[in-house]
Write a protein that binds this ligand. Structure first.
Ligand SMILES: Cc1cc2nc3c(=O)[nH]c(=O)nc-3n(C[C@H](O)[C@H](O)[C@H](O)COP(=O)(O)OP(=O)(O)OC[C@H]3O[C@@H](n4cnc5c(N)ncnc54)[C@H](O)[C@@H]3O)c2cc1C
Ligand code: FES
Ligand code: FES
Length: 1288
């Protein structure tokens, strides 16, 4: 026990309710606050996804007493990284404290709802709590603060714009537009406003404690440095493993550290939080949170000599994210660097640049001893039993300071490279003399490289404005750099380039106007201004709620956390939790599985594997989807991918099951090096002679006499993979039932789960009852892939006869589940002088992963023609195998890559002929009667009207096409180091009703006339439930609040096809409309008898007259539903930093024809979200497998980066084209979710044009290829900058 400490329990409040935790509470010192909140306090509104501090789903707020000042701090924190035992004295608020359907909703919730800021809703409670934390901080909030504050909260559905608008409407500088929207909206808020429990505060100061657990572990919370050191020393003496716990955020990065026996919680030690700022400098307590450091730095910057504080604060704003910074400490960050020298710590780089020192405290003969060391010496210091007491920063009067962080994503991403520069400059006339040895510090180069000592030495006394100085400094820097390489690092070449580029940028800034005018653009960072968005649509006149923007029917309960997802379903008595055992090789055979060690763990009940399966061990044997290759539930012998399921450990808690799964020993034989790259797979298939067979055919069109092919160009497009990143990971719960088994899961395809489980358990389909309430995002990843988890869970329930639950952790989800197929597309195109294509030979080669069951090649083929004529085309389709999980559908599968390929080809032609690529596109447009390459059956000619010319005309005027292009040319002429590019991409997205089976049943209750409806489609954020309610309200002429949508299930939704391809919303609306027609027909005789009856009276009378008040509808051939085209034009403007490769999307204009929108706000959300999904694919999201083991390396939020709110276009304008009634669609509407995802490729073409300008300045005007995604590294390398270009 720590001296003077008690073993009384930890006490904290959640939403005003007191909670006490001690060694008998059934929790462990590792238990995260989020698990306590969800499983013990039973508050399911707080969600959990990454457990890495990287997604924000788990955000809650806490009021705590600052141990130093005694004041109350109100902050948002990641409940996934916060140990519940560190919450002693905290007053925690979860989403439930804000508002609910009984008491009314909080104003933040109402705003989000009415600004249409929710789709699947899984991120929403975290978003609300993030905003609540910001508002609770008591600061004046500007729009910029709100945008910065959302840096740790990912939304995969919305594209952020509506969330930002909703929250910015609270800002003191909210734009007039937002204020106006608010004024309109507040009138339509349906519930009274609730203020939340923000006013009261139950946070309290707490005493030292020491809590022992049955496991032998101990939690100590000393309140003095001496006691903390004593506790550490005692552990050392006894040889007991211990860990200092500050913010505990490092566990989000290093997830698999062994649990220590003793935890020493230092968060309550006042001395560690003590800071001083005076004329001598700044002293920061080692336990100061990074948020606090940021505030102190900003405030200190007004003190002479501490001006650097402002730039440091700006850099710190890009370290981690707000919630991590609120808990994570400066000492903790430095200790990460101490343990992992190659960690690209921004804190370390900043402090070392400023020559900070670290005060380390330890006990020597029972007495406290403090030594002060430099940062490099700190890295060499044995820190065992010692603490970082403080960090001292000196004043730097008259110095120039600058630091950099170059990342893949603007916010919440660790550095590729970071750097800091400190120069003392003496200005003598026109010269800039380096008065003393400068400090040049780099991070991310290699573990032992800190200072560019040669460059530092060389530069002392030199004039920075001299060309010669720069050249020599860069030379000496380059000589010293030896970047380490690693699969997840950027290339050594790029990092060498970056180091030089950053020194160059710094020198350019110092010499300012002395540099050549054109070069001055190199000095500044690529800063983003605040995001803005415009949405244009004309809803026309509508008398009912159809065709009108209405809030989503479940958005209130999503914003309040009341919406239930699969993982929120209450636990049953006796329930077991499953964790997968995954293969650790990618290609080989299992020789033995030994689960004995796992089974010895108390609480582990069973190990389930292939031998437990009573029926067929194949998840893809499904008659409506002809599977070619067996995909087992659990591998029995053959292993095809790293991360393949081998078995399932069942235990009494998820934590136990996951740790026991690691104890299952699997041995392998015949292991060979895997194939993880498409090029390797193509070579192998060609070598083995299988390439020609692996095809869905070659498709051809006739050449034309009219087009004389005068030029030919060729190239290859290489496009990578993409993870769905749905915020709700795969989750399944199975309950044994008298008639078979009930399955609650997050599938997009209930029938697939139902029939597959039937076959696997060897029971008929009517014994398997599948129910789906909603999905926390799907994007194609929950089509067939959820069935793997459902099948495993069903087997577990079948053999154990107990309820079982599997909720995948992010690593398992990413490693086990397939993703978007990479493509390799070689092409050769022939064209005439005008750019008209007369021949095209291309191959769409798809990497399907380890099975071709979901090859997207035929969809790619369907879309490659896009909106163009196909004259003399010959397009082949191939699929090849890699040892990666079987790839699957991802938003706009196949079409994203093939549309990108043809658009790339258009630019290639434009470049060759030196013509505007838009002109080439317009020359090649498809017209009525032209030949079609694929997909429409005979006669294979186009029978519709191409809308692109009209939309392009509209774009040219509203997006200011000519003027902006002119300005860009001028900008590029005037600036060597910043370049802009523009692109226009048109899309024809052919929608076919590949299935119409989305049955709808509705029932009217005679007692009060209220309506219930269920459909066979799946609500996953796309607004299907809202559209169905709107259609019924319209069809029956009743208010929307009289209608409720019930969960989808395999009884009402029998035989329903997968909800995918954007068509399910329209078809469910179609069926709802038809069901309403039946009801109206049934009611007609009663209506004719009564005179203008109220709805309630009509229904009562009808019931009395034995009229059928239920109806259901499933389309048949008679309905003759026909497909149509959706038209999109997207104009993009980007700016790149030629030196670093960073970019920003200045403006994006999207024009989409949505027919007559059934629900414009929902369609707008689908378009904005769909565009950002595509943008992520082309920019920030990169999937990397280890080439030796086949392991997925980008398996969490640390390395995989979907866009965040500062990655979206700075100015994002979306127009729904008005008056576009679709004669073939449902009620005149069109599908919206996927077409725009294809158009996002425009961002690559705009980047290409910007890069081309930089290359031209570097003397190279040749065509160049680019592969996707395009990272800052790619941009910088493609710009062909070499050291000789870095001049002043
Ligand atoms: C999502 C995410 C993004 C991040 N992004 C960045 C980034 O962009 N740039 C960057 O630089 N960092 C980044 N980080 C790292 C982050 O700054 C650190 O996790 C944080 O500062 C660690 O502080 P902590 O208090 O939580 O440390 P803890 O996790 O509590 O502890 C970390 C280590 O330090 C030891 N320790 C803690 N305090 C002391 C002390 N006073 N004396 C001695 N030992 C101590 C602990 O024993 C432990 O070994 C990120 C982290 C996360 C989770
Ligand atoms: S679950 Fe906590 S940040 Fe993702
Ligand atoms: S609504 Fe944000 S993740 Fe779905």
């Amino acid at each position: 026990m720590v001296n003077g400490s008690s073993n009384s329990p930890v006490v904290f409040h959640i939403n005003g309710e007191k909670h006490t935790v001690d060694g008998n509470s059934g929790i462990s010192p590792n238990t995260a606050l989020v698990d306590y909140i969800r499983d013990v306090a039973d508050l399911k509104g707080t969600k959990v996804m990454c457990r890495e501090g990287g997604c924000g789903a788990c955000t809650v707020t806490a009021k705590i007493v600052d141990p130093n000042s005694g004041s109350i701090i109100h902050k948002s924190v990641n409940a996934c990284l916060t140990p519940v035992l560190s919450c002693d004295g905290w007053d925690i608020s979860t989403i439930e404290s804000l508002g609910n359907k009984h008491e009314g909703y909080h104003v933040i919730q109402n705003r989000l709802v009415n600004f249409h800021g929710t789709q699947c809703g899984y991120c929403t409670p975290g978003m609300v709590m993030n905003m609540y934390g910001l508002m609770g901080s008591g600061k004046e909030i500007g729009m910029e603060d709100i945008e910065k504050n959302l840096d740790g909260n990912i939304c995969r559905c919305t594209g952020y714009r509506p969330i930002l608008d909703a929250f910015k409407s609270f800002a003191n500088d909210a734009s007039n537009d937002l204020k106006q929207k608010c004024a309109d909206i507040e009138d339509c808020a349906t519930c009274p406003m609730k203020k939340g429990n923000g006013e009261s505060c139950m946070a309290q100061t707490v005493k030292e404690k020491s809590i022992k657990f049955h496991s032998g572990q101990e939690w100590k919370s000393p309140k003095t440095l001496e006691n903390a050191l004593k506790a550490a020393n005692e552990c050392n003496k006894a040889g007991v493993a211990f860990r200092i716990v500050a913010g505990n955020t490092s566990t989000g990065i290093f997830k698999n550290q062994p649990a220590p026996t003793v935890f020493i919680d230092v968060t309550g030690i006042p001395e560690l939080k003590k800071t001083t700022v005076d004329q001598h400098g700044i002293i920061l307590g080692g336990g100061t949170s990074l948020s606090e450091v940021l505030r102190i730095m900003r405030e200190a910057s007004t003190t002479p000599g501490l001006e650097y504080g402002k730039k440091v604060a700006t850099h710190l704003e890009r370290v981690a994210n707000v919630s991590v910074r609120n808990n994570g400490t400066i000492g903790g960050n430095l200790m990460i660097k101490h343990a992992h020298n190659d960690f690209p710590s921004d804190v370390f780089v900043i402090l070392e640049t400023l020559r900070a020192s670290i005060q380390i405290v330890s006990l020597k003969s029972g007495q406290r001893e403090t030594v002060s060391v430099s940062l490099p010496d700190f890295l060499r210091t044995n820190m065992d039993g010692k603490l970082i007491k403080s960090i001292s920063l000196p004043t730097r009067l008259g110095y120039f300071y600058r630091s950099f962080k170059i990342t893949r994503r603007y916010q919440n991403a660790h550095a590729y490279v970071n750097a800091g520069f400190l120069f003392k400059i003496e200005k003598k006339g026109e010269s800039f003399i380096v008065a003393e040895r400068p400090r040049i510090v780099f991070g991310g180069v290699s573990g032992d490289f800190i200072h560019a000592t040669s460059a530092e030495e060389y530069l002392e006394g030199k004039d920075l404005s001299q060309e010669n100085t720069l050249t020599k400094a860069l030379e000496s820097l380059e000589k010293q750099l030896k970047p380490q390489s690693g699969a997840l690092e950027s290339s050594p070449k790029y990092r060498t380039h970056m180091a030089k580029a950053l020194l160059y940028k710094t020198i350019l800034e110092i010499i300012g106007k002395k540099a050549n005018d054109k070069l001055q653009s190199g000095s500044s960072d690529l800063e983003r201004i605040m995001t803005s968005g415009t949405q244009t649509y004309d809803a026309g006149n509508t008398e009912t709620n159809l065709f009108k923007s209405v809030p989503k029917c479940e958005s209130n309960i999503q914003a309040s956390g009341e919406a239930e997802y699969t993982g929120d379903i209450p636990v049953q008595r006796n329930e077991l939790y499953g964790a997968f055992v995954l293969s650790t090789v990618a290609n080989g055979d299992i020789s033995n599985i030994d689960a004995s060690e796992a089974l010895k763990v108390e609480g582990v009940e069973r190990f389930v594997s292939a031998s437990d399966i009573p029926g067929l061990n194949d998840v893809m044997k499904y008659n409506a989807w002809p599977s070619m290759i067996q995909e087992p539930v659990f591998a029995a012998k053959k292993i095809s991918t790293h991360g393949q399921a081998i078995g399932l450990v069942l235990a009494t808690s998820t934590e136990l099951a996951r740790s026991a799964a690691k104890l299952v020993k699997v041995t392998y034989e015949n292991v060979t090096t895997p194939i993880v790259k498409i090029e390797q797979a193509i070579a192998k298939a060609k070598e083995e002679g299988t390439f020609a067979r692996q095809t869905v055919g070659v498709f051809k069109t006739a050449p034309s006499e009219e087009i004389k092919v005068a030029h030919t160009v060729k190239g290859t497009c290489d496009f990578g993979s993409q993870y769905h990143f749905y915020m709700e990971t795969q989750s399944v719960i199975c309950h044994p039932r008298e008639d078979g088994i009930d399955i609650y899961c997050c599938t997009q395809w209930m029938e697939h789960v139902q029939h597959t489980v039937g076959m696997i358990l060897n029971i008929p389909s009517n014994s398997v009852n599948v129910q789906v309430r909603r999905l926390g995002g799907g994007f194609g990843g929950k089509g067939t892939r959820t069935t793997f988890v459902a099948a495993a869970c069903a087997v577990a329930t079948w053999v154990s006869r107990r309820p079982c639950r599997i909720v995948l952790d992010l690593d398992t989800n990413m490693s086990m589940i397939g993703k978007r197929s990479p493509y390799h597309i070689p092409y050769e195109v022939g064209f005439d002088d005008e750019g008209r294509i007369g021949s095209l030979k291309a191959d769409l080669i798809c990497d399907t992963g380890c099975s071709s069951n979901e090859a997207t090649t035929f969809i790619a083929m369907l879309h490659i023609q896009n909106c163009y004529k196909a004259i003399g085309w010959e397009v082949g389709t191939h699929f090849v195998f890699t040892n990666t999980p079987s790839n699957t559908t991802v938003r706009a599968p196949g079409s994203v890559q093939s549309v990108a390929a043809i658009e790339w080809i258009m630019d290639h032609i434009g470049n060759y002929l030196k013509k505007d690529p838009l002109e080439i596109r317009m020359k090649n447009l498809l017209n009525t009667g032209d030949a079609l390459l694929f997909g429409h059956g005979p006669p294979a000619t186009y029978q519709r009207e191409n809308m692109i010319p009209k939309i392009v005309e509209q774009m040219k005027s509203t997006a200011d096409y000519e003027a902006r292009n002119e300005y860009i040319s001028l900008f590029n002429k005037q600036n060597r180091w910043k370049k802009r590019g523009f692109s226009v991409v048109p899309v024809r997205y052919n929608v076919e009703y590949f299935s119409t089976n989305y049955p709808v049943s509705l029932a009217i209750y005679h007692v009060d006339g209220h309506v219930a409806v269920s459909h066979g489609a799946i609500e996953m954020g796309q607004g299907i439930n809202t559209k169905v309610i709107q259609a019924i309200a319209h069809g029956l002429q009743i208010p929307m609040d009289r209608i409720k949508v019930k969960p989808s299930n395999t009884f009402v939704g029998a035989n329903a096809f997968v909800t995918a391809g954007s068509i399910a919303s329209e078809l469910a609306v179609y069926c709802a409309t038809k069901a309403c027609e039946q009801i109206r027909e049934n009611l007609r005789p009663i209506l004719e008898k009564l005179e203008n009856p109220t709805w309630d009276k009509l229904i009562k009378e009808a019931h009395a007259a034995k009229v059928n008040l239920t109806a259901s509808y499933t389309p048949t051939r008679k309905d003759d539903l026909k497909g149509y085209d959706v038209w999109v034009v997207c104009a993009n403007e980007v700016e790149i930093d030629v030196l670093t490769g960073e970019y920003k999307i200045l403006r994006t204009d999207v024009y989409e024809d949505v027919g007559r929108s059934l629900s414009p706000a929902i369609d707008m959300g689908q378009i904005e979200g769909g565009y950002i999904f595509g943008q992520g694919y082309w920019t920030t999201e990169k999937i990397i497998y280890d080439e030796n083991t086949g392991k997925l390396l980008t398996n969490g939020t640390w390395d995989y980066k979907p866009p965040e709110c500062k990655d979206i276009p700075q100015d994002f304008r979306v127009t729904l084209l008005s008056n576009q009634h679709n004669a073939q669609g449902v009620l005149g509407s069109k599908a919206t979710g996927e077409p725009v995802t294809d158009a996002a490729f425009g961002v690559v073409l705009a980047m290409r044009n910007a890069i081309a300008s930089a290359r031209a300045d570097a003397g190279n005007t040749d065509w160049f290829q680019m592969s996707g995604p395009v990272t800052p590294e790619d941009i910088a390398m493609l710009c062909l900058t070499d050291t000789t270009h870095l001049t002043v």
